[in-house]
Design a binder for this molecule. Sequence first.
Ligand code: GLN
Length: 198
Amino acid sequence: MAGNLRPQVGVLALQGAFREHRQALERLGAEVREVRLPADLAGLSGVVMPGGESTTMRRLLAATGLHGALLEFVQGGGGLWGTCAGAILLARDITGDSDVPGLPPALGLLDMAVQRNAYGRQVDSFTASLNVRGLEAPFEAFFIRAPVITEVGAGVEVLAEHAGQPVAVRGGRLMATTFHPELSGDDSFHRLFLNMLP
Ligand SMILES: NC(=O)CC[C@H](N)C(=O)O
């Protein structure tokens, strides 16, 4: 965050849990814009992609032109944080959705592989206390039909693990968390993201 300027950040608002992200970022003093079209990205330093349904988001990213616009945004130095479905959108490789014909591509920006809905139906939602690199206190994380990160590339830093698998990772100005940090009433991850931005 530069000087006293309020960081200008966006929350992808096509679908899913974007309101709670907006509130968390505003509590931290950011100026927040809901992003629905490519023009909404102008002047932002970072964007949060919320949880929801990644196949629906992929269709909407393609239909709105935001797919290409977000790739350009990151190429231009913007930060991008994907939570749950948003993390799936960031992954280079996605399994668990190969049976959907004609599905537009995800963003594929972060060198990791994810498997959708990989915790299975019996445990499709749970909470876990995470030790997170860079955070002082444990973070109470809500997992809701979460993906599992099955592989990370050499340039990707693991910030937290649960049951031996990464659940929060970071590479450059990209961050992915497989849980819903906006539901914890703890803004530490949002602060971490703001601190990553130019
Ligand atoms: N809470 C979530 O974002 C769930 C993600 C959803 N299961 C998907 O695959 O898109």
